[in-house]
Design a binder for this molecule. Structure first.
Ligand SMILES: Nc1ncnc2c1ncn2[C@@H]1O[C@H](COP(=O)(O)OP(=O)(O)OP(=O)(O)O)[C@@H](O)[C@H]1O
Ligand SMILES: [Mg+2]
Length: 288
């Protein structure tokens, strides 16, 4: 019997796109599995390969923005732009333009930050008549963001609500970081169920599965090895990247608000190579 994973891997079809830019998101309903860490370093890996990259923070915790040293407190961010893009919510519109919200960083990567107000997104749009699932997709289309960037990297929140549905409807592909344990596995299954619902509703094409990223993998532990082996079977035909172990380099990079590529020390080489391989794989999957 086919697993749900296998079915989702099979039904995912490349999307028709306006403009050449590709959009990917890092998703898992489980918190703390490395979504933001992977999104941040993937964005830098793509940028190092000469791509123009926009990092779009869709998590009200705004960790992705913080990693770039951006503190969106009291400033406008993606929530305000999304609300401004909904005609029916005119009384809630604020006088802010996309150009004023996009932050240009030293790394050459642009950032569209998030802020706490994003946690009220679902409630704010609850009463509108236009399709609530497609707000982000339409915002990206209206602002022609695909034409402005080679890649848009979205960091997703550890939830399953309307923000997640909006992300899944807006992207071409998804990378799934996970820690090999049952909670993380459940988080992945729940996202797959949302994808299945999207497919059944036929509101947009289902994004391509760009692969699973095992993280915080401790191969010395028997339980971890066993859980990982079980998950390998469950994940079916999806690509599984080389696992990341618990590395102090991530902590060091994060503390300095830098990517792993900003360090020349030899002990960063292995994880730099892992991100480079993943970036090449994503490019190949989305550009072919
Ligand atoms: N391989 C790793 N080695 C060491 N530390 C790591 C590793 N991966 C992630 N971390 C650390 O674990 C913490 C959680 O990671 P991260 O914030 O990327 O997870 P997340 O899935 O985005 O969490 P949330 O669901 O809350 O958004 C961070 O402090 C990060 O630096
Ligand atoms: Mg995060």
């Amino acid at each position: 019997m086919k697993t749900l994973w296998k079915m989702v891997n099979e039904i995912a079809q490349p999307k028709e796109v306006m403009g050449s830019g590709k959009i990917l998101a890092l998703m898992n309903q489980k918190g703390g599995v490395g979504k933001t860490t992977m999104a941040f370093n993937m964005a830098h890996a793509l940028s190092r390969q000469g791509k123009k990259v926009l990092c779009l923070d869709m998590d009200p915790q705004f960790n992705f923005s913080s990693m770039f040293g951006i503190n969106p407190n009291d400033k406008s961010h993606i929530h305000h732009l999304l609300i401004n893009s909904i005609k029916e919510l005119k009384p809630l519109h604020s006088a802010v333009l996309l150009d004023e919200v996009i932050q240009r960083t030293e790394s050459g990567i642009d950032v569209l930050p998030a802020g706490q107000e994003l946690s009220g997104f679902e409630l704010t749009v609850a009463g509108i008549n236009s399709p609530r699932q497609l707000i982000l997709k339409k915002f990206i289309e209206k602002n022609n963001l695909r034409a402005m960037y080679d890649f848009i990297v979205i960091d997703g929140p550890p939830t399953l609500g309307l923000l997640v549905v909006n992300i899944l409807c807006a992207v071409d592909g998804v990378l799934y970081p996970f820690v090999p344990d049952s909670f993380s596995q459940q988080g992945l299954k729940n996202i797959q169920q949302v994808l299945e619902d999207i497919r059944e509703m036929e509101i947009c094409p289902v994004p391509v599965n760009l692969g699973y990223i095992p993280n915080l993998f401790d191969s010395r532990r028997k339980q971890v090895r066993e859980d990982f082996e079980k998950m390998e079977v469950e994940l079916g035909s999806g690509k599984i990247f080389t696992p990341f172990t618990n590395r102090v380099q991530f902590t060091k990079a994060q503390a300095n608000r830098k990517s792993v590529f900003d360090f020349e020390a030899k002990d960063f080489k292995e994880i730099q190579d892992q991100f480079t391989v993943m970036a090449q794989s994503v490019e190949q999957e989305l550009l072919s």
